[in-house]
Design a protein around this ligand. Structure first.
Ligand code: GDP
Length: 190
């Protein structure tokens, strides 16, 4: 889908009517620093979009973006960042789990973004367990593939595929623009 409109709508921290809005939602989740904001900006072609919601406090909210007045792109808080306190990490995880389990949202797809160099961390595996438990359709996006040699990338992809079974795995580099179009076509199906 060609994205011609992408705007921040609102950030939520709990119950809000937007979670039940009939417009289809596509959600992005991943560890902090995995390149989630860069990916959202690359997908929408708007450099500051995800960062626009990066004001103090905003990163701890669930941010909704309007895409072409047809979809919501839902940016879930980054989890597991080493420099955030344990209490904050727990808070972010709870908010993500609330969205997935209790908010009433029925995302058509959740993209779990992982780092090509780090691979599937224990935080990612925890999130996968939650996604599977809630039966939400999901995919894995391996980002920062430009950081690996072809050989290491091949090994990484095989390892991830073996670990996740039949979950689709897409490859991206926001730095080089690789895989962005494929991701767009996968998640924004009209
Ligand atoms: P977020 O915390 O997940 O939203 O991550 P950001 O989008 O802020 O990116 C974190 C860091 O990773 C930044 O320094 C980005 O420039 C860098 N980054 C993001 N995507 C890529 C990529 O595909 N390749 C490389 N090499 N770096 C990336």
């Amino acid at each position: 889908m060609k994205i011609t409109f992408a705007e921040f709508v609102k950030g939520i921290r709990g119950t809000d009517e937007i979670t039940g809005d009939p417009r289809p939602q596509v959600a992005f989740v991943g560890r902090s620093n995995v390149g989630k904001s860069s990916l959202i900006n690359a997908l929408t072609g708007k450099k500051g979009l995800a960062r626009a919601s990066d004001k103090p406090g905003k990163t701890s909210e669930i941010n909704y973006f309007d895409i072409n007045h047809k979809f919501y792109l839902v940016d879930l808080p980054g989890y597991g960042f080493a420099s955030t306190s344990l209490a904050d990490r727990d808070k972010f995880r709870k908010l993500i789990v609330w969205y997935l389990s209790e908010s009433g949202a029925k995302p058509i797809c959740i993209a779990l973004i992982i780092d090509a160099v780090a691979g599937l961390t224990k935080f990612d595996e925890d999130m996968l367990t939650v996604l599977k438990g809630e039966s939400h359709p999901h995919i894995i996006v391996i980002n920062k593939i430009d950081k690996l040699t072809q050989r290491d990338l091949h090994a990484r992809v095989s390892g991830v595929r073996a670990a996740v079974g039949d979950v689709p795995v897409l490859l991206c580099s926001t730095k080089e623009g690789t895989g962005i179009q494929e991701l767009n076509e996968y998640i924004f199906t009209e």
